[in-house]
Design a protein around this ligand. Structure first.
Ligand code: NG6
Ligand code: CA
Length: 518
């Protein structure tokens, strides 16, 4: 009997060994590195591969040529914080608290213990990093302890390491955060950040307007650093402060370092560019490179960053084992608080492409943004009209890494992996809720060719760029047929009462039921 078992177990052991080799090979093949490049405020029409002719973005265009360019790729909100929240957590930001644009002293918005794309991939054995703009708060309920330990933050929700711009660069302070600390801080010159002027003679964008190298147009007139006045006040931390012009170089330097360090294991890099958010202050070598002013020059800088990342993958022979996702956090805006010539120099450029609206809006231009996937040798290049959203990355990439989603996590993230990889007959979503910054109860619902807009505030006014719709009153509900009218100019709600009723009901259910992932 024992010999028989032995005789049986030996081949079984071989089988198990063979199976484990097969599995580990398969896991290796299907756990590619993942790089998510998220641009800031980049519109559908801002890249040459999406039709821009006033500038050229050769590196991002190459990514699109080698991968899939989505025509219905979305971020989930038309401002930064809610899109980033939902990209990481896979849950619509309107379900969470305080998920609107985060102020400089905001505490961590994603609480430790929340499942994120980073924690899921970390569990699947990935090395994980976020490098660039965070804007999701740091610290406990009292907010960030700028001179001490800045936690919780990314490291408490699944990132092994981080190198951050803590808020956005039009907000104070201009210092990096590396893991839990502000690097290069001199204890003799502590960093203070607040909402009130710290002293009567504290120079601001109002008192010292003449000294500014770039003037403000609205807001952004508090503490001055590097000749640019910002939202909010700060003092101290001088040895830790950076120059706006050097941000992109720093993100690339730190990212290349991370990729090199982790080239022989699966890694997840969230490359959160600050380009092309205000203050648009690209490095001197990009200034004046386009006819569009600093807004265009910042797009060229962003394109350069993507080129450097791709070069690094090529140099380390990682392109065939890396899924790259390029996306934006919200649609475009021209004047977002600084006089940088974006409006004056726009010429024929249409930042939102054929769409109306942009940043802050639930018109298509607010959330329909460039979205490109590339995985050399795995993705068949092409153009896809499938509906996919940055909120789907959590479920889709977890599926790729064979990491099961807990029942109570990523509540609105759909597994659209097949669509993201351009597989034949794979479909994207059949609907998507679009939100603005979140507090107004205003939503869009895209379902097939139909688009419902619902305005939460009484006497809402249109937030659109570059069109005659700007600042006009909007009715509480509007319905558009995107097939005939992609620019959402003709409200067809009266002609299609059944469609409108169905979508109104669907939107309310999606909000009320607390989740949309089956
Ligand atoms: C707004 C700012 C805008 C921008 C935005 C956040 C004013 C008048 N406007 O409050 O300049 O910073 O917040 O942009 O201060 S986001 O892309 O990070 O969401
Ligand atoms: Ca943004």
């Amino acid at each position: 009997m024992t010999t028989m078992i032995k005789q049986l177990t030996l081949p079984l052991q071989y089988l198990a060994l063979l199976a484990s080799l097969f599995i580990s090979e398969r896991i290796f093949a299907e756990t590619p590195n993942v790089i998510v490049v998220m641009a800031d405020d980049l519109g559908y029409g801002d890249l040459s591969c999406y039709g821009a002719t006033s500038l050229s973005t050769p590196n991002i265009d190459r990514l699109a040529e080698q991968g899939i360019r989505f025509t219905s790729g979305y971020c989930s909100a038309s401002t930064c914080t809610p899109t980033r929240y939902s990209m990481l957590t896979g849950t619509y930001a309107f379900r969470g608290e305080r998920t609107g644009i985060a102020p400089p002293n905001a505490p961590a918005i994603i609480k430790p213990g929340t499942e994120t794309i980073a924690s899921l991939l970390q569990r699947a054995g990935y090395a994980t990093a976020v490098i660039g703009k965070w804007h999701l708060g740091l610290g406990g309920e009292d907010g960030p302890d700028w001179n001490g330990d800045l936690k919780p933050g990314p490291l408490e929700i699944g990132f092994d390491t981080c190198f951050l711009l803590p808020t956005t660069n039009d907000r104070v302070p201009q210092v990096y955060v590396e893991n839990h600390r502000v690097p290069n801080l001199d204890p003799a010159d502590p960093l203070w950040v607040g909402t009130k002027k710290p002293s009567r003679d504290h120079p601001t964008g109002i008192t010292d307007r003449d000294s500014l190298k770039m003037d403000w147009s609205h807001g952004h007139n508090s503490t001055i650093h590097n000749g640019i006045s910002r939202i909010g006040f700060y003092t101290g931390g001088h040895s830790a402060r950076f120059r706006d012009e050097d941000l992109a170089d720093k993100w690339v330097e730190k990212s290349v370092e991370f990729i090199e360090q982790h080239q022989s294991e699966p890694f997840f890099l969230f490359f959160a560019s600050h380009d092309i958010h205000v203050p648009r202050m690209p490095h001197e070598r990009f200034q004046g490179k386009t006819s569009l002013g600093f807004r265009g020059d910042a797009i060229i800088e962003l394109d350069w960053c993507v080129g450097e990342l791709m070069k690094t993958l090529d140099r380390l022979k990682l392109a065939e084992n890396t899924l790259v996702v390029f996306c934006s956090d919200n649609g475009p805006v021209l004047d977002d608080g600084y006089k940088d010539g974006a409006i004056e120099k726009i010429g024929n450029h249409r930042a939102a492409g054929p769409y109306s609206g942009g940043k802050y809006s639930v018109y298509e231009g607010g959330t329909r943004t460039p979205l490109i996937t590339r995985w050399t040798g795995r993705i068949k290049p092409g153009v896809s009209d499938e509906l996919v959203c940055t909120i789907d990355l959590a479920a889709s990439i977890s599926a790729l890494a064979e990491q099961p989603l807990p029942e109570d996590a990523c509540l609105d993230s759909f597994n659209v992996l097949g669509a993201l990889l351009g597989e034949d007959n794979a479909s994207g979503r059949d609907h998507l809720v679009q939100q603005d910054n979140g507090s107004s109860g205003t939503f869009g619902l895209r379902a097939g060719q139909w688009k419902l807009q619902r305005y939460g505030k009484k006497s809402a006014r249109n937030v659109v760029v570059e069109t005659e719709l700007a600042n006009t009153p909007v009715p509480p509900f509007q319905l558009f047929n995107l097939d005939d009218d992609p620019a959402e100019k003709t409200n067809v709600i009266d002609e299609n009462p059944e469609v409108a009723a169905r979508l109104k009901k669907q939107l309310q259910q999606l909000i009320d039921q607390g989740r949309s992932r089956p």
